[in-house]
Design a binder for this molecule. Structure first.
Ligand code: ATP
Ligand code: MG
Ligand code: MG
Ligand code: MG
Length: 339
């Protein structure tokens, strides 16, 4: 019997468009002799678009029109064998949808409530990984209310880290809302931007030199495997939204150009982090490698990484001999696996 799969895409975060791109690829790749796939696009307003609206959104990227609240539809999504929540950012990658699906008793691809929520929040991730002994850059947390009522306390925390530093919404992705701040005078604008997108903001020290950026894919549940290590190179100041999604701005190198012992360390650390965060199914773990000093810092863990056929995560597994169709099939199988 074919498995009935519900593929959720779009969603309410700043990564809505990225999710639609990923969904087109996954939709085309799930083998139809094994799966009966129903795509549903969630609008930016959190509406569950009907089939015509979903079709239009997938074709044009324009997710317009009304529909029921996601809350009501997820709860009544029985009849599906599994859900593929191909959603990035808040209300998708952060444990919220995962909680509804858990309540509804429907298996789904990827991490559960705990792993999703903790990995989405960069501060919580850093705290858990610090206790697991994983090297990370120095950081500070700031809350929106502190920035409103006691801005001097927040700027003092930034000063402790020194410039340049990075200001990021704690719960987002695709570099949305992230600034590299080189001078104290630019701090206010960066904080205003980040706080317009999140209640929690993380300030991060920059590595001593511009880091090499390496990423590794993890696949599996309680006995996960690590892909080869990949590397991204680009000319821009940092790996911002434009660099990520403008054709030709960034180059992917698989395997990463680093000594073998170093890439083994990256893979070990990524597996260790995946377990420490109680992730499941898949994750892409991002690192900074400072070639000049040989230091390796874990940057973040993405529990639903970009998933177009040219995205890093599928490319890493392709290099390991697992093609795109096989990869999405394995992910659904992992969702259905008893643990
Ligand atoms: P993703 O799309 O991978 O989910 P994200 O929005 O969660 O990304 P980060 O990976 O935390 O954001 O940061 C985006 C980019 O900003 C990094 O790839 C890197 O280029 C730069 N960056 C972030 N933090 C630092 C840091 N502490 N030191 C140096 N560069 C940094
Ligand atoms: Mg991220
Ligand atoms: Mg992400
Ligand atoms: Mg990243």
């Amino acid at each position: 019997m074919k498995k009935r799969i519900l593929l959720l895409a779009g969603g309410q975060s700043g990564e809505h468009e990225v999710s639609l791109m990923s969904a087109r690829s996954v939709l085309a790749a799930l083998p139809r002799d094994q799966f009966d796939v129903t795509p549903v696009v969630i609008s930016k307003q959190g509406r569950w678009l009907p089939p015509t609206g979903t079709q239009r959104a997938l074709e044009t990227g324009e997710a317009a029109g009304g529909g029921d609240l996601v809350l009501h539809r997820v709860a009544s999504a029985e009849g599906y064998d599994a859900v593929f929540p191909l959603l990035h950012g808040p209300m998708g990658e952060d444990g919220t949808i995962q909680g509804l699906l858990t309540l509804a008793g429907i298996p789904f691809v990827g991490s559960g409530v705990l792993g999703s929520a903790v990995s989405m929040d960069k501060v919580m991730t850093k705290q858990v990984l610090a206790s697991a002994g994983i090297a990370q850059v120095e950081w500070r947390l700031a809350l929106r209310r502190e920035w409103r009522d006691h801005p001097e306390g927040v700027t003092a925390r930034a000063a402790e880290l020194g410039f340049p530093l990075f200001v990021k919404p704690a719960n987002l992705g695709s570099s949305v809302g992230i600034s590299k701040v080189s001078h104290a005078r630019d701090l206010q604008a960066a904080l205003d931007l980040a706080f317009s997108l999140d209640r929690r903001v993380i300030l991060e020290a920059m590595t001593s030199h511009k880091p090499r950026e390496v990423e590794v894919g993890i696949l599996g549940n309680d006995a996960p495997m690590a892909s080869p290590v990949g590397e991204l190179s680009f000319d821009s100041e940092f790996y911002d939204y434009e660099t990520k999604y403008t054709e030709g701005r960034a180059q992917m190198h698989i395997p990463a150009r680093m000594p073998r012992e170093m890439s083994e360390r990256v893979r070990e650390m990524a597996l260790h982090a995946f377990r420490a965060l109680d992730c499941a199914g898949l994750a892409r773990v991002d690192f900074f490698y400072v070639e000049e000093t040989g230091e390796l810092f874990l940057n973040e863990v993405n529990t639903m990484p970009g998933f177009t056929t040219t995205s890093m995560y599928p490319k890493l597994f392709e290099a390991a001999g697992i093609g795109y169709s096989e990869l999405v099939t394995r992910l659904v199988t992992l969702a259905l696996e008893e643990r």
